[in-house]
Design a binder for this molecule. Structure first.
Ligand code: ADP
Ligand code: NA
Length: 340
């Protein structure tokens, strides 16, 4: 039976955390029965900001290990790293010539990541969304599981696909591709919108780049580290409410309840039915148990895989070959359409 094609990626920028796990990796795992999936370690996105080459090699393997440890099956689906499939960069250049400067000027992630010193940001950081559009469209993927933070970039990918289809409509038709060459990829948002916030500040998202290690639970943390971080997590003095309305204006409480619900695969309302009226000390103890039960096996499997980099590299090499087999004919068709 036909299964829609999914593409998504995670940057190998270190400190893989609970937000990446709940917001991205568990969703990737859940799509495997209903979709054909291509999951990519987007190393070329990582170098839009400075990276240490040796650390980058280790981080590429770490993200791959996390994919496998979480349950992505690299025999049924494709797992690889972006730099090994040249067509991503090739199509990104074409898309740099399709996208308009005005479109990129509106991207909020660039403004956040470049900060005040915009003159010194890399051109790659600015053009990041055209590479992301190429990542998806070089496979002509139709569905992209993304967090809220990536929705604007996905809209840009749709705009690029549409402009290419319009600008080259005649050539697309005369090359036998009918109405449009690229599909307009759709966001795939399943389950409750998972946005995991920092454990130190409920107004900031949990992030790899937060300087405080206590702000995030890393997938590589052992049980002691998880316990310490949860115990130190910021809360307010009130006990837990028994209904969701009681979480309003209590971002830290909301975050911890949301994390519990996501890890337990239960609704927030259901979690509050159990813990309403409880003090945070007892709720946090339950959260530590749950987090250690759920993340412990993934952490130990990642550690086991880390001891066998040869195996990880062979998974990536096999994935790159299978990804190329899709990307190459698509890129050849793009060249025909362009008149190359
Ligand atoms: P980061 O944002 O930490 O640098 P990436 O950009 O590599 O990580 O994001 C990888 C995936 O993880 C994306 O799909 C992103 O939406 C998701 N993600 C990152 N941080 C969070 C978070 N705090 N909560 C939920 N999802 C997140
Ligand atoms: Na992100």
């Amino acid at each position: 039976a036909f299964k829609p094609l999914v593409f998504s990626g995670v940057q190998p920028t270190g400190n893989l955390h609970l937000g990446n796990y709940l917001g991205a990796i568990t969703k990737f795992v859940a799509l495997q029965d209903s979709h054909e999936c291509i999951y990519c370690v987007v190393d070329m996105h990582a170098i839009t900001v400075p990276q240490d080459p040796q650390a980058l090699t280790a981080q590429i393997r770490e993200v791959t290990a996390a994919f496998l440890a979480a349950g992505i099956d690299p025999r049924k689906h494709i797992v690889f790293n972006q730099s090994q499939v040249h067509e991503h960069a090739e199509l990104a250049w074409v898309f740099n010539c399709v996208a308009r400067i005005g479109w990129l000027n509106r991207m909020t992630q660039f403004k956040e990541k470049a900060g005040k010193d915009r003159e010194n940001a890399s051109v790659g950081l600015y053009a990041y969304p055209t590479l992301m559009a190429a990542d998806i469209l070089v496979y002509r993927a139709t569905h992209v599981p993304v967090g809220e933070d990536q929705k604007q970039h996905l809209e840009l990918a749709r705009d690029i696909a549409q402009k290419f289809n319009n600008d080259y409509a005649e050539s697309i038709a005369s090359n036998g591709f009918g109405e449009g060459f690229f599909p307009l990829p759709e966001p795939l948002i399943q389950g409750p919108a998972t946005r995991v916030m920092s454990l130190r500040d409920g107004s900031k998202k949990m992030s790899k780049s937060d300087p405080s290690d206590y702000s995030r639970i890393n997938l590589s943390d052992d049980a002691d580290a998880v316990a310490q971080k949860v115990r130190k997590a910021k809360t307010d003095p009130e006990p837990l409410p028994s209904e969701e309305a009681g979480l309003e204006k209590r971002p830290e409480a909301q975050n911890l309840v949301g994390i519990f619900a996501a890890l337990a695969d239960r609704s927030r309302a259901d979690v509050l039915r159990e813990f309403g009226g409880a003090q945070f000390s007892s709720f946090k103890a339950a959260l530590v148990d749950l987090a250690v039960t759920k993340l412990g096996p993934i952490g130990s499997e990642m550690k086991r895989l880390a001891a066998d980099p040869g195996y990880i590299d062979s998974v990536l090499a096999d994935g790159a070959e299978r990804a190329s087999a899709i990307a190459r004919p698509n890129m050849d068709a793009v060249k025909d359409i362009l008149g190359f």
